[in-house]
Design a protein around this ligand. Sequence first.
Ligand code: NDP
Length: 329
Amino acid sequence: ASFDVPQTHRAIVAEQTGGPEVLQWTEAPVPAPGPGQALVRTAAAGLNFIETYQRSGVYPVDMPFVPGTEGSGTVVAVGADVDSVAVGDRVMTAAGVGTYAEHFLAPAEQLLPAPGSLDLAEAAALPLQGLTAHYLSRSTFPVQAGQTVVVTAGAGGVGLLLTQLCRARGARVVTTASTEAKRELSLQAGATVSVDYPDVQAAVEELTGDEGADVVYDGVGKATFEDSLACLRVRGMLVLFGGASGQVPPFDLQRLNGAGGLFVTRPSLVHYTRTPQETHWRAQELAEAVADGSLTLRIGERFALSDAAAAHTALEGRQTTGKVLLTLD
Ligand code: NDP
């Protein structure tokens, strides 16, 4: 197969940090794949919270900046020394460079085969939040049958996937979500109980006979951190994996002693996709779960990529559920 690759394309570019309005749909050069890289024609980009941190300056990036690490599409060109993918392959990745564009680059070894059971745009819904849910439940704290797990933002992108993976491992899952409709969605994904944020500790105590949860997966951060600690049993683990409500302020380690010999960790996906082998192992398990129906992707909303600013406003405004896709055409 061979494809004509244009010199320029359209992309979302931020010239400076700020609100969603800094995301402008503009003409930009199509990047050329360097050694070990592939160029992908985008089918869809996945929206992730990290792009809002980068846009607003919480995570510093060099400007001008084309956001996006997650996407799916067709390989249209490869650089030197690439043999893991070929032109024409249908791929998805959580390690793309600037996926908010009509074409994006990625390290060829971090391109994953798009599952045959999904259409190519839908495949952009899986890798970043899927790999995250996988490493959190398999590796950071390997969930076992009979354990009690708390998942914050249970109707969110990571939340719905993580809930399903923990249930598949035989755990009981308590989720939090801010509206009745979101709690209903979370229950459909397999949550044992789903409550509003202030009620989480009582729900855990009721389910565990005052023992507490084995693990709390907290991606909300600043607003939930104290309650998450309070939900844990002796020797329980708090996995702080994000800060949708803001970053957690500095913390006195001695409190972990007083609260029962607790563990706290703050992981990122890069720590759990360190080699192509590790990434492919996780992706393979996810693709199998999607194919056999044990893992359902919920695409809550699709925005045109040119409308990325509106998608950011919705995500930051707690208006979304499940995965948000940024699509072309
Ligand atoms: P979500 O789809 O979960 O959206 C965020 C959700 O957080 C909202 O829908 C909302 O649900 C909840 N929330 C609570 N408080 C706030 C607030 N003040 N402002 C906005 N949202 C709030 O997003 P993602 O699935 O993309 O990401 C979830 C978290 O996981 C993020 O913190 C993200 O940074 C993190 N993450 C971490 C990774 C890692 O490897 N460490 C990788 C991927 C994601 P509700 O209305 O129900 O409260």
